[in-house]
Design a protein around this ligand. Sequence first.
Ligand SMILES: [Zn+2]
Length: 350
Amino acid sequence: MIRLGSEILKSELYFFFVVVACVKTLFVRRDHNFLVLFKNTCRYSLYTRTKLGYIFHKRQIKKARERYPAGHSKTQPTIINGIKIIPVPILLDNYSYVVIDTASNMAVVVDPADPQPVQACLEEEGVALQAVLCTHKHWDHSGGNRALKRRYGSCRVYGNAMDNIPGLTHPLSDKDTIDFGTRLHFRAFYTPGHTVGHVIYLLDGRAIGGPSSLFSGDLVFLSGCGRMFEGNASTMLSSLDTVGSLNDETLLWPGHEYAEDNLLFAAEVEPCNVVREQKLQWVLQQRGQRLCTCPSTLAEEKQYNPFLQCHSQDLHRALGLQQKQDEDWTSYRARVLEELRRRKDIYKDR
Ligand SMILES: [Zn+2]
């Protein structure tokens, strides 16, 4: 239940942060477009730092349920040696993921922003929810944490303490492991950039004799990456490098269904990529029937996701960038990422 009056009073403090953020926008980022930045910064601060963001989120849930009563996409479970991964379509284009060990009936859920369809899935599967694994604080990822914790008494909520995760019970640090029984072994990687405390979760495939699964939140999507709301390009690059260092067989389960837009953008910056073109054709076919496009593999992503290719000379040429004489390789790759993200922001603002 929202205690609207008291929360708005409490938000006076938050407005202080809004003002600080706005002043930073005006004076630190001397951009000719500062009014747009000013407006966006105010809006972002209200969304993330006040309960007004939660009220907005509840309205988004209502809207999405009216528009897509059965969910925005049709999904199917993937079963890997008794581990069942069920994408749950929520809001307009988000996915939560229910992960079940069918041998023990233990379940965890990643980013349950709308608790209702997640709970329906858990009940249909007849499983007990052990934990919420939350990638970051944005309401479209964390908005259902508290409701599920209330519904499932012993449910733990994992995430990074820097991100102000609703209902957080178990704060995580980089590379912490989280085990549920003998087969569900997750490792959390600290991947800031989209938010200051963004975390991704890797389900270890070795314990189940299959590929690992990466739940990447808003860090990496099929052929895309998240916006850099709370970090610069160097920070984001380092987080993307974490993904790049993982095994090629790893399955990618992102936080949003953005495949079609992302592949069309990738086609603009790299028109002659055969692998990307084939994937685009497949995605268009899937989306024509409103079918889910997850998972892809990291081997595929490394071939067509431009945000994982900041080292590529083809990409440098396409963006018209060259390494400066006194510029080290990492700084140059960060500059490539910054330019790529800038173009993506113009192409489509997400
Ligand atoms: Zn987000």
